[in-house]
Design a protein around this ligand. Structure first.
Ligand code: AMP
Length: 138
């Protein structure tokens, strides 16, 4: 399917809607998930418009992997997380709800994920406070 330039992450990349930013470089952006499955749930996205891993260029995939590693380290350090879950869904059948490639980074374990996937909006002030801790850990 053709990439949808009106998807919510494309709008965040264009600056049309806000996000709580954690990290940005030439090829990637990382920000807080607004419906976190654990405190400190972050997302990493490429600036390239690709719906799933299968459409993503090798260069953007490598850039996302590098940023995911940085963000995971910062989340672990900032929140004292014993474990970090990294996951990524491809296509609606797999549960993907936003059609722009993204990696989830969570300080948790699979068995301990409190919230269901994209199920409850978090208080923006709480998200901002956690984001400040993570940003200080880069
Ligand atoms: P997925 O279901 O794998 O496509 O994940 C999409 C994620 O994006 C979910 O965890 C949502 O909570 C999150 N999300 C949706 N809209 C926004 C937004 N505007 N800002 C930050 N996170 C979002």
């Amino acid at each position: 399917m053709a990439y949808d330039h009106q998807n919510i992450f494309a709008k965040i990349l264009r600056g049309d809607i806000p996000c709580i930013k954690l990290y940005e470089d030439e090829h990637t952006l990382s920000f807080m998930d607004i419906m976190p499955q654990a405190d400190g749930h972050a997302l990493v996205i490429p600036k390239e418009g690709a719906e799933t891993l299968l459409e993503l260029s090798d260069e953007a995939a490598a850039a996302c992997a590098r940023t995911t590693k940085k963000v995971a380290a910062a989340v672990k350090k900032a929140l004292g997380a014993p474990g970090i879950v990294v996951f990524q869904l491809n296509g609606p059948a797999a549960g993907q709800t936003v059609p722009h490639y993204h990696v989830h980074v969570l300080p948790s374990s699979l068995g301990a994920l409190g919230q269901g996937h994209a199920s409850r909006m978090e208080d923006p002030a709480k998200l901002q406070a956690i984001a400040e801790k993570i940003k200080a850990a880069f």
